[in-house]
Design a binder for this molecule. Structure first.
Ligand code: NAP
Length: 178
């Protein structure tokens, strides 16, 4: 990895049982958590797995450079093959290091899931923006375990449940200890 590589940040929301997804979707609807994600990532590069991209209707996130992880070198986003249906502007990468190399002129690259992308990016990440959702829903995608002693917790803010948020959640920001 080149010395001048961008800052690599993982951004995720996980439940207390480490669940991050179920049946290809998020197991909760937490609008203020989504706003936090948008605020963090806007103006930067986002990297996500092919299934996560397809779970958001194969539409690139606006005002961000979108790099989709897939081992399929001929990947075309579903729903974009019809005539006059312009393909969404995305780039693809075959691995996390490939995605980071493609984003070498970005200041910060956000790894946005899912499970495999988080797993592969964890050893390279500088920052971890992890929202802990205070619930234990069923799920089939999980956030990887990580060693607390590798990370400094630099910020922690709780959001209580209310009429728009079924569960309480806590934003955490960790920086890797160098
Ligand atoms: N709670 C959260 O913060 C959060 C965030 C994101 C996603 N999610 C949830 O997570 C679930 C999806 O996660 P998932 O793990 O099933 O799928 P995923 O990581 O989104 O996508 C998996 C696919 O992406 C490609 N891929 C992933 N990592 C790769 C790597 N390191 N190198 C090359 N290709 C790679 C492969 O595509 P090909 O098969 O095309 O080769 C792989 O089959 C959904 O339920 C989603 O809602 C939750």
């Amino acid at each position: 990895m080149p010395a001048n590589r961008p800052t690599i940040s993982i951004v995720a929301a996980m439940a207390e049982n480490r669940v991050i997804g179920k049946d290809g979707r998020l197991p909760w609807r937490l609008p203020d958590e989504m706003k936090h994600f948008v605020r963090l990532t806007t103006g930067h590069t986002v990297v996500m797995g092919r299934k996560t991209f397809e779970s958001i209707a194969s539409k690139p996130l606006p005002n961000r450079r979108n790099i989709i992880l897939t081992r399929n070198t001929n990947y075309t986003a579903p729903g974009t093959a019809a005539p006059n249906n312009n393909p969404p502007h995305i780039e693809t990468a075959a691995s996390i290091p490939d995605a980071i190399a493609k984003a070498d002129n970005s200041d910060e690259v956000f790894i946005c899931g899912g499970e495999q992308a988080y797993q592969d990016a964890m050893p390279l990440a500088d920052n971890l923006y992890l929202t802990l959702v205070h619930a234990s829903p069923d799920g089939d995608a999980h956030f990887p375990t990580f060693d607390d002693s590798d990370w400094n917790l630099t910020d922690q803010t709780r959001h209580d449940p209310d009429d728009r948020h079924e569960y309480a959640f806590t934003f955490h920001r960790y920086e890797r200890i160098r």
